[in-house]
Ligand binder design. Structure first.
Ligand code: 5GP
Length: 182
């Protein structure tokens, strides 16, 4: 916009996972999911907002018929520490009973969000319920026996942004995953 100062440079977080690393891993995840589900129709659930980029990249590589659902969940506010509180901010449109449901998650940190979601969605009686998470921080997990069926990358306990993930609503549009901590 015309009143922006061209001298102002926005902070670019250092690259943690590059665009090409992410692309390759998303392809691998998609091919496993394609193999395992075959031609069974699935309902893919995008957890807003962080999963939106991963969801749309993965979706375009899936070969079975897919119905898309969006579920708004919030657990963080503007902080980098989990509050442990999970809230559904936007609910599903369609019933899930009898459907093969795949939750598409950006990141599993403490696991509190995913654990809450699994209970929430199980109660809707799907035929099957699986999860794919692009990122998983094993050192941060606080929930016992949490099942993640497909994991993109196991990462250390650092706060990451980009590829859909924010810090205070910023950085979601970065095409790579960067870190805010050294
Ligand atoms: P959990 O409930 O597993 O602790 O956290 C899940 C949610 O916390 C994620 O869906 C994401 O919104 C947020 N989160 C956890 N770790 C990170 C991180 O490293 N970066 C960002 N941007 N969000 C995170």
């Amino acid at each position: 916009m015309s009143d922006q100062n061209p001298e102002v440079k926005y902070f670019e977080p250092p690259v943690f996972l590059s665009e090409s690393e992410i692309k390759e891993r998303v392809r691998e995840l998609a091919s496993r999911i394609n193999e395992e589900y075959g031609n069974n129709e699935i309902t893919a659930i995008c957890t807003l907002k962080g999963s939106v980029v991963f969801f749309s990249d993965l979706l375009r590589l899936l070969k079975m018929p897919v119905t898309c659902e969006f579920l708004g969940v919030s657990s963080y506010g503007d902080h980098t520490e989990s509050t442990g509180e999970v809230k559904v901010t936007l609910d599903l449109n369609e019933p899930l009973n009898g459907r093969h449901v795949l939750i598409i998650e950006d990141i599993v940190d403490t696991g509190l969000t995913l654990s809450y979601l699994l209970d929430y969605l199980k109660a809707k009686r799907p035929a099957s319920l699986r999860t794919v998470a692009l990122l998983f921080k094993p050192a941060a997990i606080k929930t016992k026996g949490l099942k993640i069926d497909y994991i993109g990358f196991e990462i250390p306990n650092r706060f990451v942004v980009g590829y859909g993930l924010d810090y205070a609503e910023k950085f979601r549009g970065l095409p790579y995953i960067g870190t805010l901590e050294g």
